[in-house]
Write a protein that binds this ligand. Structure first.
Ligand SMILES: NC(=O)c1ccc[n+]([C@@H]2O[C@H](COP(=O)([O-])OP(=O)(O)OC[C@H]3O[C@@H](n4cnc5c(N)ncnc54)[C@H](OP(=O)(O)O)[C@@H]3O)[C@@H](O)[C@H]2O)c1
Length: 342
Protein backbone atom coordinates (compact mmCIF):
# COMPACT_ATOMS: atom_id res chain seq x y z
CA UNK A 1 0.00 0.00 0.00
CA UNK A 2 1.34 3.41 -0.98
CA UNK A 3 0.29 6.41 1.12
CA UNK A 4 -0.09 9.62 -0.86
CA UNK A 5 0.02 12.88 1.09
CA UNK A 6 -2.51 15.32 -0.34
CA UNK A 7 -2.93 19.06 0.18
CA UNK A 8 -6.26 20.58 -0.84
CA UNK A 9 -7.05 24.22 -1.55
CA UNK A 10 -10.75 25.05 -1.89
CA UNK A 11 -13.41 23.01 -0.12
CA UNK A 12 -16.57 24.19 -1.85
CA UNK A 13 -18.72 22.04 -4.15
CA UNK A 14 -15.71 20.29 -5.66
CA UNK A 15 -13.37 19.97 -2.67
CA UNK A 16 -16.11 18.99 -0.24
CA UNK A 17 -17.55 16.34 -2.57
CA UNK A 18 -14.03 15.01 -3.14
CA UNK A 19 -13.80 14.43 0.62
CA UNK A 20 -17.17 12.68 0.55
CA UNK A 21 -16.12 10.39 -2.30
CA UNK A 22 -12.88 9.57 -0.48
CA UNK A 23 -14.81 8.71 2.69
CA UNK A 24 -16.91 6.25 0.69
CA UNK A 25 -14.31 4.94 -1.76
CA UNK A 26 -11.06 4.84 0.27
CA UNK A 27 -11.24 1.08 0.87
CA UNK A 28 -12.09 0.33 -2.77
CA UNK A 29 -9.24 2.58 -3.95
CA UNK A 30 -6.83 0.77 -1.64
CA UNK A 31 -8.05 -2.58 -2.98
CA UNK A 32 -8.11 -1.63 -6.66
CA UNK A 33 -5.08 0.66 -6.88
CA UNK A 34 -2.96 0.04 -3.78
CA UNK A 35 -3.24 3.72 -2.85
CA UNK A 36 -4.23 5.43 0.37
CA UNK A 37 -4.83 9.18 0.22
CA UNK A 38 -3.97 11.03 3.41
CA UNK A 39 -5.13 14.67 3.57
CA UNK A 40 -2.24 16.37 5.32
CA UNK A 41 -3.38 19.96 4.76
CA UNK A 42 -6.42 21.89 3.58
CA UNK A 43 -7.19 25.57 3.07
CA UNK A 44 -10.33 27.58 2.40
CA UNK A 45 -10.92 31.34 2.27
CA UNK A 46 -10.76 31.68 6.06
CA UNK A 47 -7.80 29.59 7.08
CA UNK A 48 -6.07 26.25 6.90
CA UNK A 49 -5.59 23.01 8.81
CA UNK A 50 -2.43 20.95 8.91
CA UNK A 51 -1.88 17.44 10.25
CA UNK A 52 1.04 15.30 9.04
CA UNK A 53 -0.79 12.12 10.12
CA UNK A 54 -3.84 13.04 8.04
CA UNK A 55 -6.97 15.05 8.80
CA UNK A 56 -10.28 13.31 9.52
CA UNK A 57 -12.02 13.41 6.11
CA UNK A 58 -15.57 12.91 7.39
CA UNK A 59 -15.13 15.54 10.11
CA UNK A 60 -13.83 18.06 7.62
CA UNK A 61 -16.60 17.29 5.10
CA UNK A 62 -19.21 17.82 7.80
CA UNK A 63 -17.68 21.14 8.90
CA UNK A 64 -17.79 22.34 5.30
CA UNK A 65 -21.35 21.05 4.80
CA UNK A 66 -22.31 23.20 7.80
CA UNK A 67 -20.60 26.17 6.05
CA UNK A 68 -17.78 26.23 8.58
CA UNK A 69 -14.06 26.66 7.92
CA UNK A 70 -11.15 24.23 8.03
CA UNK A 71 -9.71 26.65 10.60
CA UNK A 72 -12.29 25.32 13.09
CA UNK A 73 -10.74 21.85 13.27
CA UNK A 74 -9.62 21.31 16.86
CA UNK A 75 -5.82 21.24 17.33
CA UNK A 76 -5.04 21.46 13.60
CA UNK A 77 -7.01 24.50 12.40
CA UNK A 78 -5.25 27.84 11.89
CA UNK A 79 -7.47 30.85 11.28
CA UNK A 80 -6.11 33.27 8.69
CA UNK A 81 -3.40 30.97 7.35
CA UNK A 82 -3.53 31.23 3.54
CA UNK A 83 -3.14 28.39 1.09
CA UNK A 84 0.26 29.79 0.15
CA UNK A 85 1.34 30.02 3.79
CA UNK A 86 0.14 26.48 4.34
CA UNK A 87 2.08 25.10 1.36
CA UNK A 88 5.27 26.75 2.58
CA UNK A 89 5.26 24.70 5.76
CA UNK A 90 4.07 21.22 4.73
CA UNK A 91 5.43 18.16 2.97
CA UNK A 92 2.97 16.66 0.47
CA UNK A 93 2.98 14.62 -2.73
CA UNK A 94 0.01 16.23 -4.50
CA UNK A 95 -1.72 19.60 -4.43
CA UNK A 96 -5.38 19.51 -5.44
CA UNK A 97 -6.31 23.04 -6.50
CA UNK A 98 -10.07 23.65 -6.26
CA UNK A 99 -10.25 27.34 -5.42
CA UNK A 100 -12.38 29.74 -7.51
CA UNK A 101 -11.44 30.30 -11.16
CA UNK A 102 -9.88 33.74 -11.44
CA UNK A 103 -9.18 34.81 -15.02
CA UNK A 104 -7.55 38.12 -14.16
CA UNK A 105 -4.38 36.90 -12.48
CA UNK A 106 -5.21 33.28 -11.62
CA UNK A 107 -4.86 33.87 -7.89
CA UNK A 108 -4.74 32.25 -5.43
CA UNK A 109 -4.36 29.14 -7.61
CA UNK A 110 -1.46 30.48 -9.67
CA UNK A 111 0.95 31.22 -6.83
CA UNK A 112 -0.09 28.13 -4.91
CA UNK A 113 0.49 25.81 -7.85
CA UNK A 114 3.89 27.32 -8.60
CA UNK A 115 4.98 26.98 -4.98
CA UNK A 116 3.63 23.42 -4.85
CA UNK A 117 5.77 22.50 -7.87
CA UNK A 118 8.80 24.15 -6.27
CA UNK A 119 8.16 22.04 -3.21
CA UNK A 120 7.98 18.82 -5.22
CA UNK A 121 4.24 18.24 -5.46
CA UNK A 122 2.27 17.01 -8.46
CA UNK A 123 -0.71 19.19 -9.36
CA UNK A 124 -4.34 18.25 -9.91
CA UNK A 125 -6.56 21.12 -11.01
CA UNK A 126 -10.31 21.60 -10.86
CA UNK A 127 -9.63 25.32 -11.20
CA UNK A 128 -9.22 26.43 -14.83
CA UNK A 129 -7.67 29.84 -14.13
CA UNK A 130 -3.95 29.03 -13.97
CA UNK A 131 -4.21 26.73 -17.02
CA UNK A 132 -6.06 29.27 -19.15
CA UNK A 133 -3.63 32.04 -18.24
CA UNK A 134 -0.29 30.21 -18.14
CA UNK A 135 -0.53 26.67 -19.54
CA UNK A 136 2.91 26.58 -21.13
CA UNK A 137 4.68 28.17 -18.16
CA UNK A 138 3.13 25.74 -15.70
CA UNK A 139 3.96 22.72 -17.86
CA UNK A 140 7.54 23.93 -18.32
CA UNK A 141 7.96 24.44 -14.58
CA UNK A 142 6.50 20.99 -13.89
CA UNK A 143 8.79 19.36 -16.46
CA UNK A 144 11.82 21.11 -14.97
CA UNK A 145 11.14 19.53 -11.59
CA UNK A 146 9.87 16.17 -12.92
CA UNK A 147 6.30 16.60 -11.68
CA UNK A 148 2.97 15.99 -13.42
CA UNK A 149 0.02 18.30 -13.90
CA UNK A 150 -3.40 16.71 -14.44
CA UNK A 151 -6.64 18.58 -15.03
CA UNK A 152 -9.19 16.19 -16.49
CA UNK A 153 -12.04 17.77 -14.52
CA UNK A 154 -11.58 21.21 -16.02
CA UNK A 155 -13.20 20.53 -19.40
CA UNK A 156 -16.78 19.28 -19.00
CA UNK A 157 -16.43 17.88 -15.48
CA UNK A 158 -16.47 14.10 -15.39
CA UNK A 159 -16.36 13.72 -19.19
CA UNK A 160 -12.85 12.47 -20.07
CA UNK A 161 -12.51 15.17 -22.75
CA UNK A 162 -8.88 15.88 -21.98
CA UNK A 163 -7.90 12.26 -21.40
CA UNK A 164 -9.36 11.03 -24.69
CA UNK A 165 -7.59 13.79 -26.55
CA UNK A 166 -4.23 13.61 -24.79
CA UNK A 167 -3.91 9.87 -24.29
CA UNK A 168 -6.26 7.93 -26.53
CA UNK A 169 -5.74 9.81 -29.80
CA UNK A 170 -1.96 9.44 -29.51
CA UNK A 171 -0.40 9.12 -32.95
CA UNK A 172 -3.44 10.37 -34.85
CA UNK A 173 -3.90 13.94 -35.98
CA UNK A 174 -7.00 15.83 -34.90
CA UNK A 175 -8.72 17.61 -37.77
CA UNK A 176 -11.62 19.04 -35.80
CA UNK A 177 -12.97 19.21 -32.29
CA UNK A 178 -16.59 20.04 -31.49
CA UNK A 179 -17.62 20.35 -27.87
CA UNK A 180 -20.56 21.19 -25.69
CA UNK A 181 -18.35 22.23 -22.80
CA UNK A 182 -20.78 24.42 -20.87
CA UNK A 183 -23.64 22.63 -19.15
CA UNK A 184 -25.64 25.74 -18.33
CA UNK A 185 -26.07 26.90 -21.91
CA UNK A 186 -26.96 23.41 -23.09
CA UNK A 187 -29.58 23.25 -20.34
CA UNK A 188 -31.01 26.61 -21.47
CA UNK A 189 -31.07 25.84 -25.20
CA UNK A 190 -32.43 22.32 -24.68
CA UNK A 191 -35.27 23.49 -22.46
CA UNK A 192 -36.10 26.33 -24.87
CA UNK A 193 -36.29 23.87 -27.76
CA UNK A 194 -38.07 21.01 -26.01
CA UNK A 195 -40.50 22.96 -23.81
CA UNK A 196 -40.86 26.08 -25.94
CA UNK A 197 -39.63 28.22 -23.03
CA UNK A 198 -38.44 31.76 -23.61
CA UNK A 199 -34.73 32.48 -23.12
CA UNK A 200 -35.48 34.40 -19.89
CA UNK A 201 -37.61 31.57 -18.47
CA UNK A 202 -34.95 28.99 -19.31
CA UNK A 203 -32.23 31.12 -17.64
CA UNK A 204 -34.43 31.41 -14.53
CA UNK A 205 -34.86 27.61 -14.62
CA UNK A 206 -31.09 27.17 -14.73
CA UNK A 207 -30.71 29.53 -11.78
CA UNK A 208 -33.39 27.68 -9.81
CA UNK A 209 -31.61 24.39 -10.59
CA UNK A 210 -28.42 25.89 -9.11
CA UNK A 211 -26.42 25.63 -12.34
CA UNK A 212 -26.44 29.31 -13.34
CA UNK A 213 -25.09 32.22 -11.33
CA UNK A 214 -27.29 35.20 -10.50
CA UNK A 215 -25.17 36.89 -13.18
CA UNK A 216 -24.91 34.18 -15.87
CA UNK A 217 -22.67 36.25 -18.15
CA UNK A 218 -19.67 33.90 -18.18
CA UNK A 219 -21.86 31.01 -19.28
CA UNK A 220 -24.35 32.60 -21.67
CA UNK A 221 -21.81 34.83 -23.41
CA UNK A 222 -19.64 31.81 -24.17
CA UNK A 223 -16.61 32.62 -22.00
CA UNK A 224 -16.70 29.48 -19.87
CA UNK A 225 -16.79 27.30 -22.99
CA UNK A 226 -14.00 29.45 -24.46
CA UNK A 227 -11.79 28.88 -21.41
CA UNK A 228 -12.23 25.15 -21.82
CA UNK A 229 -11.39 25.33 -25.52
CA UNK A 230 -8.19 27.17 -24.57
CA UNK A 231 -7.27 24.20 -22.35
CA UNK A 232 -8.07 21.69 -25.14
CA UNK A 233 -6.10 23.72 -27.70
CA UNK A 234 -3.04 23.78 -25.44
CA UNK A 235 -3.19 20.22 -24.18
CA UNK A 236 -4.70 18.14 -27.00
CA UNK A 237 -3.85 20.21 -30.08
CA UNK A 238 -0.43 21.34 -28.78
CA UNK A 239 -1.23 24.86 -29.90
CA UNK A 240 -0.03 27.56 -27.47
CA UNK A 241 -3.32 29.40 -27.07
CA UNK A 242 -4.73 32.30 -25.10
CA UNK A 243 -8.31 33.47 -24.80
CA UNK A 244 -7.70 36.31 -27.23
CA UNK A 245 -6.97 33.77 -30.00
CA UNK A 246 -10.64 32.72 -30.03
CA UNK A 247 -13.73 34.33 -31.49
CA UNK A 248 -16.53 34.01 -28.97
CA UNK A 249 -20.28 34.44 -29.37
CA UNK A 250 -22.82 33.33 -26.79
CA UNK A 251 -26.50 32.45 -26.78
CA UNK A 252 -28.05 35.68 -25.48
CA UNK A 253 -29.57 36.51 -28.86
CA UNK A 254 -31.02 33.08 -29.60
CA UNK A 255 -34.82 33.26 -29.75
CA UNK A 256 -37.59 30.70 -29.89
CA UNK A 257 -38.09 31.77 -33.50
CA UNK A 258 -34.47 30.76 -34.26
CA UNK A 259 -34.97 27.36 -32.65
CA UNK A 260 -38.28 26.88 -34.50
CA UNK A 261 -36.63 27.82 -37.80
CA UNK A 262 -33.88 25.30 -37.16
CA UNK A 263 -36.37 22.58 -36.14
CA UNK A 264 -38.38 23.19 -39.32
CA UNK A 265 -35.24 22.23 -41.24
CA UNK A 266 -34.51 19.17 -39.09
CA UNK A 267 -31.78 20.97 -37.12
CA UNK A 268 -30.98 21.90 -33.52
CA UNK A 269 -29.01 24.91 -32.28
CA UNK A 270 -26.25 24.20 -29.74
CA UNK A 271 -23.48 26.36 -28.32
CA UNK A 272 -20.35 24.68 -29.65
CA UNK A 273 -16.67 25.16 -28.95
CA UNK A 274 -14.97 24.36 -32.23
CA UNK A 275 -11.36 23.85 -33.26
CA UNK A 276 -10.91 23.42 -36.99
CA UNK A 277 -7.62 22.53 -38.62
CA UNK A 278 -6.73 25.06 -41.30
CA UNK A 279 -3.37 24.58 -42.96
CA UNK A 280 -0.84 24.14 -40.21
CA UNK A 281 -2.99 25.83 -37.56
CA UNK A 282 -6.40 25.63 -35.90
CA UNK A 283 -9.19 28.18 -36.08
CA UNK A 284 -10.84 28.37 -32.67
CA UNK A 285 -14.30 29.66 -31.92
CA UNK A 286 -17.32 29.40 -29.66
CA UNK A 287 -20.67 30.06 -31.31
CA UNK A 288 -24.29 28.89 -31.54
CA UNK A 289 -24.29 26.31 -34.33
CA UNK A 290 -27.00 24.62 -36.39
CA UNK A 291 -26.63 20.83 -36.34
CA UNK A 292 -28.62 18.11 -38.13
CA UNK A 293 -30.64 16.09 -35.64
CA UNK A 294 -28.61 12.95 -36.28
CA UNK A 295 -25.42 14.70 -35.12
CA UNK A 296 -24.36 13.30 -31.72
CA UNK A 297 -24.22 16.79 -30.18
CA UNK A 298 -27.73 17.65 -31.45
CA UNK A 299 -29.10 14.72 -29.47
CA UNK A 300 -27.69 15.88 -26.11
CA UNK A 301 -30.21 16.41 -23.31
CA UNK A 302 -30.41 19.28 -20.85
CA UNK A 303 -27.96 17.75 -18.34
CA UNK A 304 -25.44 16.63 -20.95
CA UNK A 305 -22.03 17.84 -22.06
CA UNK A 306 -20.14 16.22 -24.91
CA UNK A 307 -17.20 16.19 -27.29
CA UNK A 308 -16.56 14.91 -30.80
CA UNK A 309 -12.99 14.41 -32.04
CA UNK A 310 -12.52 14.09 -35.81
CA UNK A 311 -9.18 12.45 -36.50
CA UNK A 312 -6.89 11.57 -39.38
CA UNK A 313 -6.62 7.87 -38.68
CA UNK A 314 -8.86 7.00 -35.75
CA UNK A 315 -12.20 7.92 -37.20
CA UNK A 316 -14.70 10.07 -35.35
CA UNK A 317 -14.90 9.60 -31.59
CA UNK A 318 -17.81 10.99 -29.57
CA UNK A 319 -18.32 11.01 -25.82
CA UNK A 320 -21.29 12.32 -23.84
CA UNK A 321 -21.81 12.73 -20.12
CA UNK A 322 -25.05 13.24 -18.23
CA UNK A 323 -23.97 15.32 -15.26
CA UNK A 324 -26.47 16.92 -12.90
CA UNK A 325 -24.20 18.50 -10.29
CA UNK A 326 -20.59 18.97 -9.21
CA UNK A 327 -19.95 15.40 -8.02
CA UNK A 328 -18.63 14.08 -11.37
CA UNK A 329 -16.02 16.86 -11.39
CA UNK A 330 -14.91 15.82 -7.90
CA UNK A 331 -14.73 12.25 -9.19
CA UNK A 332 -12.60 13.49 -12.09
CA UNK A 333 -10.20 15.07 -9.58
CA UNK A 334 -9.94 11.72 -7.84
CA UNK A 335 -9.38 10.02 -11.21
CA UNK A 336 -6.41 12.34 -11.74
CA UNK A 337 -5.06 11.67 -8.23
CA UNK A 338 -5.08 7.95 -9.01
CA UNK A 339 -3.73 8.33 -12.54
CA UNK A 340 -0.68 10.19 -11.20
CA UNK A 341 0.42 6.87 -9.73
CA UNK A 342 -0.52 4.38 -12.46
N1 LIG B 1 -18.83 23.31 -9.57
C1 LIG B 1 -18.54 22.65 -10.68
O1 LIG B 1 -19.37 21.88 -11.20
C2 LIG B 1 -17.17 22.80 -11.32
C3 LIG B 1 -16.88 22.03 -12.46
C4 LIG B 1 -15.59 22.12 -13.02
C5 LIG B 1 -14.65 22.97 -12.47
N2 LIG B 1 -14.99 23.73 -11.37
C6 LIG B 1 -13.96 24.61 -10.81
O2 LIG B 1 -13.55 24.09 -9.56
C7 LIG B 1 -13.20 25.15 -8.68
C8 LIG B 1 -14.03 25.02 -7.42
O3 LIG B 1 -15.40 25.11 -7.76
P1 LIG B 1 -16.52 25.02 -6.64
O4 LIG B 1 -17.81 24.88 -7.36
O5 LIG B 1 -16.13 24.03 -5.63
O6 LIG B 1 -16.41 26.49 -6.02
P2 LIG B 1 -17.04 27.00 -4.63
O7 LIG B 1 -18.15 26.11 -4.21
O8 LIG B 1 -17.26 28.45 -4.80
O9 LIG B 1 -15.84 26.78 -3.55
C9 LIG B 1 -14.67 27.52 -3.60
C10 LIG B 1 -13.80 27.13 -2.43
O10 LIG B 1 -12.59 27.87 -2.51
C11 LIG B 1 -12.37 28.52 -1.26
N3 LIG B 1 -11.64 29.76 -1.47
C12 LIG B 1 -12.08 30.95 -1.93
N4 LIG B 1 -11.08 31.83 -1.96
C13 LIG B 1 -10.00 31.20 -1.46
C14 LIG B 1 -8.66 31.58 -1.20
N5 LIG B 1 -8.23 32.83 -1.46
N6 LIG B 1 -7.81 30.66 -0.66
C15 LIG B 1 -8.22 29.40 -0.40
N7 LIG B 1 -9.47 28.98 -0.63
C16 LIG B 1 -10.34 29.87 -1.16
C17 LIG B 1 -13.74 28.75 -0.66
O11 LIG B 1 -13.60 28.93 0.73
P3 LIG B 1 -14.86 29.01 1.73
O12 LIG B 1 -15.33 27.58 1.89
O13 LIG B 1 -14.24 29.56 2.98
O14 LIG B 1 -15.86 29.90 1.09
C18 LIG B 1 -14.42 27.44 -1.06
O15 LIG B 1 -14.10 26.44 -0.15
C19 LIG B 1 -13.48 26.45 -9.44
O16 LIG B 1 -12.28 26.92 -9.99
C20 LIG B 1 -14.46 26.02 -10.52
O17 LIG B 1 -14.38 26.83 -11.65
C21 LIG B 1 -16.23 23.65 -10.78
Amino acid sequence: MKTIRVALIGLGNIGRNLLDILVHRQAAIAHDHGLRFSLVAAADSRGAAICAEGLDLAQLRDIKLARGSVAEIPLHGRAGLTGLGMLAQIEADVLVEASPTNLVDGEPGMSCSRLALERGMHLVFANKGPLVLAYDDLMAQAASVGRQVLFSGTVAGGLPTVNIGVRDLAGSGVTRVEGIFNGTTNYILTRMANEHLSYDAAVKGAQAAGIAEADPTLDVDGWDAANKLVIIANSVLHRPTRLQDLTVKGIRDITLADLDAAAAQGQAIKLLAIAERQGGDYALRVEPTWLPLNHPLARTGMWDMAVVYYTDYMGVISAIIEEEGPVPTSAAVLRDMINLYR
